[in-house]
Design a protein around this ligand. Structure first.
Ligand SMILES: [Zn+2]
Length: 408
């Protein structure tokens, strides 16, 4: 029996020793465990060591780390103990597994660490365990990590929406723009959804947010002005510029509808050219040719260019004057889409100009959103938003590794 004693020692589960090793028909291995001499019980209710074991529950089979590439199970009978201190009668609590689980903590730990390196599906195959079980285990470990985690204070916050299901189903994502990391995600994109996340931060933390970059979405604006009183709201320049390109597009569509056959031919197929930041000499000639004969399009194109020059201003004062001039020109441009935009620009003024106090943009969000899409495909579809959110924080944020979630 010397060998079994040695193995029991290596096996390393306190209070237990291996009594028998059985090779099952499916080539898995079952280790039958008994109590070692140093076995000691404590009361799950009051932690007193003054307990007696009066009975044993029926045998349980628990998954443990594989040995020699075979599935390994531990078979044992949990003790039922009575506490002399508080009188409680209960099943013993084991330090090496969570109550009501079907595997040891060390098995779970290995599995969730694999999930950090590969997809949960791959990890399940690797460890020969059901995909649903992996998902439940990983979710629990991630929740545990999050509950013990204090995220760093964010001074430059980005907020953006992403589509999470086909149709109109959105999530709001929060980014630390300095660290280029996701710090939170909630379902929906209403003011109440945004507030749900921000309220998770205490007043002091919210007070330290200096700038919040977002699009001109009313809901986010409302929530942030209420909950982050010290933050300047900066309208993301890429979102702002999208409105200009939309206006230019409307002018192009309008002109195309009005154009004679000849001019219509020229315009055909140029849709994307108008929005390209870099043009080839040939493309430039095409646009110039159109603008030479189409004055409204010429005007619209120049106005977009004009607006983009705003971001080259060197001070907020210079930008304010420039913007005022842009708005004036828009309003007397005789181009409906730009006249309308002129009106909007007046309401967006502060958010646009705040860029010159805090030159932040949500450009980093773009890359992170691509990462989120990959995680979405890997994260068990959409059966569980919470799990998806935790995976996003783990892969695109700074949620710590699950390695130390449980003391082993
Ligand atoms: Zn007790």
């Amino acid at each position: 029996m010397r060998v079994l004693e040695n193995i029991s020692e290596l096996f390393g589960i306190q209070g237990m020793e291996i009594e028998r090793i059985v090779e099952e028909d499916d080539s898995s291995v079952t280790l039958h465990l008994g109590r070692s001499e140093d076995a000691q019980w404590s009361c799950p209710a009051c932690h007193s060591l003054n307990v007696i074991c009066y009975d044993h529950a029926p045998e349980r089979q628990i998954r443990d780390l594989s040995i020699w590439d075979r599935i390994c199970r531990l078979a044992f009978r949990p003790a039922r103990v009575k506490c002399r201190a508080c009188g409680a009668v209960s099943t013993e609590r084991l330090s090496w597994m969570e109550a009501n689980q079907h595997q040891t903590l060390r098995f779970e730990r290995r599995l969730v660490l694999l999930c950090e390196k590969m997809t949960a599906k791959e990890a399940s195959e690797f460890e020969m365990i059901d995909r649903d079980a992996t998902y439940r285990i990983e979710r629990r470990w991630l929740e545990r990590v999050e509950s013990g985690w204090t995220p760093e204070v964010v001074s430059k916050l980005g907020i953006d929406e992403i589509a999470i299901r086909k149709g109109h189903n959105y999530a709001t994502v929060f980014y630390d723009l300095a660290k280029k990391e996701v710090v939170g995600m909630v379902e929906g994109r209403k003011a109440a959804d945004c507030s749900k996340f921000l309220k998770g931060w205490d007043k002091e933390r919210r007070g330290k947010v200096e700038a919040v970059c977002m699009d001109m979405w009313e809901g986010y604006h409302k929530s942030v002005s209420k909950l982050c009183p010290n933050a300047s709201i900066v309208f993301d320049k890429f979102h702002v510029s999208k409105y200009f390109h939309n206006a230019l597009d409307k002018v192009r569509q309008h002109e195309q509808a009005l154009a004679s056959n000849e001019d219509g031919k020229m315009l055909k197929g140029t849709r994307w050219l108008w929005h390209k930041p870099e043009l080839s000499p040939k493309q430039r000639r095409t646009l110039r040719g159109i603008m030479a004969v189409n004055k409204p399009l010429f005007k619209a194109y120049l106005m977009v260019e004009d607006f983009e020059m705003l971001y080259k201003c060197e001070s907020i004062e210079a930008a304010a004057l420039y913007l005022k001039d842009v708005v004036r020109r828009f309003r007397c441009s005789h181009l409906e889409p730009f006249k309308k935009l002129g009106k909007s620009l007046r309401t967006w003024r502060d958010g646009i100009l705040n860029y010159f106090k805090h030159p932040v943009s949500n450009a980093a969000a773009e890359g992170l959103n691509n990462k989120i899409k990959v995680i979405k495909r890997r994260s068990y579809g959409f059966r569980d938003f919470e799990y998806f959110r935790l995976k996003v924080l783990q892969c695109a944020g700074s949620l710590p590794s699950v390695a130390n979630a449980y003391p082993l």
